[in-house]
Design a protein around this ligand. Structure first.
Ligand code: NAP
Ligand code: ZN
Length: 347
C-alpha cells in the first residue's frame, strides 16, 4: 500500500478538501503513475452533484489523467518508469467478453470499472485523478506521444476519445458537413478532430459569445441554436451532428437539420430523458445514435492522431484549491475550454 495526496469530496454537498488516500500495492501487470495534470470533465460534476444517481463518498473524481510512470509490476511489458502516459474513464474490465475481445472495453458485458466512483475487483471504490498517484493495470494506460504536452493531452483521455470515436464511426471526413452541438470541453476538441479528419465543421451554440473562438478552433460556420430563422435555414443540411450538451435538447428540431442518411449522435449525458418522433427519423432516412468514450485501442489511435495533427485541448490550468470554483464555471458554460488541475499544487 502507498499513500497519495488527493482532493476529495468527503460528503455530498461538501467542498473539495485536501486529504490522504491509499493506493494498492502493484500487482504484476500494474503501473504506478505520478499524476501531473487532471482535466475536469462535466461528468465529474454530474457525479459529484449526484445528478446521475447516488455516488460514493469520499469521492475523488478525475478521468482525464496525464502523468509519468513511476514504477511497474513484474509482468509489465509495454511501459517503463519515465514514460509519458494517460488514463481515461476506465481502469479495468473483464477482458473476456465479446466486447472486451473486440477492443471495446467500455462496453464490457460485465460493466467496465470506472476510474472513480466504481466498485473495483477487490470491492474497494475506485478513486480518480485529482490525486498525486494512481495504480492502474497497464492495459488501461495509454502512451502520450511526444509532441503533445501533458497538460494539453490530459483532456484527450476523455473528451478526445469521446469525440474521436463517433466522428470516425459516422464518417467525418472530406465532403462531409459535420456539426458539433455545444462548444464546451468535448465540443472544442471535437471541432479540432473533425477538422483534422477533413470535414467541414460547423458549431451549433446557444449564443454569439464563442463565435470568435470557433473560427480559431477550425470551424467554418457558427450558428446560434436560439435563432429560429437560422435553424430553419439549416434544414436538411448536415451529414452528422454530434450532441455534446449536458442538458436535454429538442431532439426533433436537431434531427430536422440532417440531410439524406444523416446521423444525430449523442455523447452528452443529460440527467433527464429526452423524446423524439419516429417521423423525424423516417424523413431523409435519418439515424439517432449514442456512444460512450472509446476502447483502449481506439484511445491510443486517437492520441497518435492528435499528436500527428497538432490537436490538443485549450486549457485553463488551476490549482487544487480552485476546483469548487471551476465546477461552478463549467456549469455556467464559462470555461475556455477545459480546466486542467496542476497536481504539483497538491504537494
Ligand atoms: P461542458 O464543458 O459543460 O460543455 C457542454 C456544452 O453544452 C456547454 O459549453 C454549452 O455549449 C452546452 N450547454 C450546457 N448547458 C446547456 C443547456 N442547459 N442548454 C443548452 N446547451 C447547454 O461539458 P463537457 O465536459 O463537454 O461534457 C458534455 C456532456 O458530455 C456532459 O453531459 C458529460 O457528462 C458528457 N460526457 C459524455 C461522455 C461519453 O462517453 N458519452 C464522455 C464525457 C462527457 P454552448 O455554450 O456552446 O451552448
Ligand atoms: Zn469525461
Amino acid at each position: 500500500m502507498s499513500t497519495a495526496t488527493a482532493y476529495a469530496l468527503l460528503s455530498a454537498n461538501g467542498v473539495f478538501e485536501k486529504t490522504t488516500i491509499e493506493r494498492r500495492e502493484l500487482r504484476p501487470t500494474d503501473v504506478r503513475i505520478a499524476i501531473k495534470f487532471a482535466g475536469i470533465c462535466h461528468s465529474d460534476i454530474h457525479t459529484a452533484r449526484q445528478e446521475w444517481g447516488t455516488s460514493s463518498f469520499p469521492l475523488v473524481p478525475g478521468h482525464e489523467i496525464a502523468g509519468i510512470v513511476e514504477e511497474v509490476g513484474s509482468q509489465v511489458s509495454r511501459l517503463s518508469p519515465g514514460d509519458r502516459v494517460g488514463v481515461g474513464c476506465m481502469v479495468n474490465s473483464c477482458r473476456e467478453c465479446e466486447n472486451c475481445l473486440a477492443g471495446e472495453e467500455q462496453y464490457c458485458a460485465k460493466g467496465n470499472i470506472g476510474t472513480y466512483n466504481s466498485k473495483d475487483v477487490d470491492d474497494t471504490i475506485t478513486l480518480g485523478g485529482y490525486s498525486t498517484t494512481i495504480v492502474v493495470d497497464e492495459h488501461f494506460v495509454a502512451s502520450i506521444p511526444e509532441g503533445i504536452s501533458l497538460e494539453h493531452a490530459a483532456p484527450l483521455l476523455c473528451a478526445g476519445i469521446t469525440m474521436y470515436s463517433p466522428l470516425k464511426r459516422w464518417g467525418a471526413g472530406p465532403g462531409k458537413r459535420v456539426a458539433i452541438l455545444g462548444l464546451g470541453g468535448l465540443g472544442h476538441v471535437g471541432v479540432k478532430i473533425a477538422k483534422a479528419m477533413g470535414a467541414e465543421v460547423s458549431i451549433l451554440s446557444r449564443s454569439t459569445g464563442k463565435e470568435v473562438d470557433a473560427a480559431r478552433l477550425g470551424a467554418s460556420n457558427f450558428y446560434i441554436t436560439e435563432d429560429r430563422e437560422t435553424m430553419r435555414s439549416l434544414r436538411n443540411h448536415f451529414d452528422l451532428i454530434v450532441n455534446t450538451v449536458s442538458a436535454p435538447i429538442k431532439v426533433d428540431s436537431f434531427l430536422s437539420l440532417l440531410r439524406f442518411n444523416g446521423v444525430l449522435t449523442n455523447v452528452g449525458v443529460s440527467p433527464e430523458p429526452m423524446s423524439a418522433r419516429f417521423s423525424s427519423l423516417a424523413q431523409n432516412n435519418r439515424a439517432l445514435a449514442a456512444s460512450g468514450i472509446g476502447g483502449m485501442r481506439e484511445t491510443q489511435e486517437m492520441l497518435n492522431f492528435c499528436a500527428a495533427h497538432g490537436v490538443g485541448a485549450e486549457i485553463e490550468v488551476i490549482s487544487g484549491s480552485e476546483i469548487d470554483a471551476a465546477y461552478d464555471r463549467v456549469v455556467a458554460s464559462d470555461v475556455r475550454y477545459r480546466f486542467v488541475i496542476d497536481i504539483s499544487t497538491f504537494h
